[in-house]
Design a protein around this ligand. Structure first.
Ligand code: SF4
Length: 272
């Protein structure tokens, strides 16, 4: 199988090689971006144009690193103290190995405080979970969907507990209970496929844990049922559209609300 990981490190990959590798494997985030805007997908995954990490992404990564450490400690049945959690947060905040962060003046300290308050709120509210051993934490898995004529699906499950797939999100506003399941359907359906393929069991349900960056941080937990047959069909049709678009190849822009947060606006304006 031709993947980016297997290519010789010294050899420059051609655009066709990169597209071929993207046809071999797909993740929920790649698929979502492709369906949102194919040109943005092209800039990020084919041309790999380097861009500074956004402040919001850095905060989300630091919070995610803390929750990962907290859950791993639960899995080892050696729960972390709040002091150890705070040290983990400090280290995660200082980690800029993914590249420089684009801060506005004075923004970093405020964001650092906000991120810690989110972690603190989550852990205090879920203190009862500290002694429960999860089924799996931050597990990287795949599912070979070749028998459906589809690419290999890859993904990382944040947490599985009592057979329920849990995914963490940081957000600036409170999620709308009426639409949040729909907005994240590609991701939750992808995770359900991965879970079923790797355990031969159906998930008991799914949960989205939103850590909301308000003045008084709060945690919103959305319970979702197991993936339905029609949701699986929708996902597979979306993956077919992904394969078809890469095959042609078709990387047109899709201007819309999402452009306000797109890091490739300048490149996009030059596209014709
Ligand atoms: S600015 Fe909008 S249309 Fe252009 S690449 Fe970004 S998301 Fe797509």
């Amino acid at each position: 199988m031709n993947t980016l990981a297997e290519a010789p490190p010294t050899q420059e990959l051609s655009e066709q090689d990169i597209i071929r590798a993207l046809q071999d494997t797909v993740s929920a985030s790649r698929l979502s971006l492709f369906l949102q805007c194919r040109l943005k997908f092209y800039f990020r995954y084919v041309l790999k144009l380097p861009k500074p990490k956004t402040a919001s992404l850095h905060l989300g990564s630091a919070v995610h690193a803390v929750l990962k450490a907290w859950n791993k400690a639960r899995w080892l049945q050696q729960p972390l103290s709040l002091k150890e959690v705070h040290e983990t947060y400090q280290q995660a905040w200082a980690d800029t190995t993914e590249g420089p962060v684009q801060w506005e003046p004075g923004e970093e300290e405020d964001d650092k405080t906000t991120g810690w308050r989110l972690c603190d709120t989550y852990i205090r509210q879920n203190a009862a979970m500290a002694l429960t051993k999860p089924d799996a934490v931050e597990v990287s898995i795949d599912a070979d969907l070749a028998h459906h004529g589809l690419p290999r699906l890859i993904g990382i499950l944040d947490l599985v507990q009592h057979g329920s797939i849990i995914d963490y999100k940081t957000s600036a506003s409170t999620p709308n209970p009426g639409t949040v399941g729909h907005l994240h359907e590609i991701q939750t359906s992808s995770y359900a496929i991965l879970y079923r393929y790797n355990t031969d069991q159906q998930e008991t349900g799914m949960q989205l844990h939103h850590l909301v960056k308000l003045k008084n941080p709060k945690v919103c937990i959305t319970d979702l049922p197991p993936m339905s047959q029609s949701q699986q069909t929708r996902l597979f049709r979306q993956m077919e559209a992904y394969l078809d678009g890469l095959q042609r190849p078709d990387f047109i822009p899709s201007p819309g609300m999402q452009c306000s947060s797109c890091e490739f606006v300048n490149e996009c304006r030059r596209w014709h």
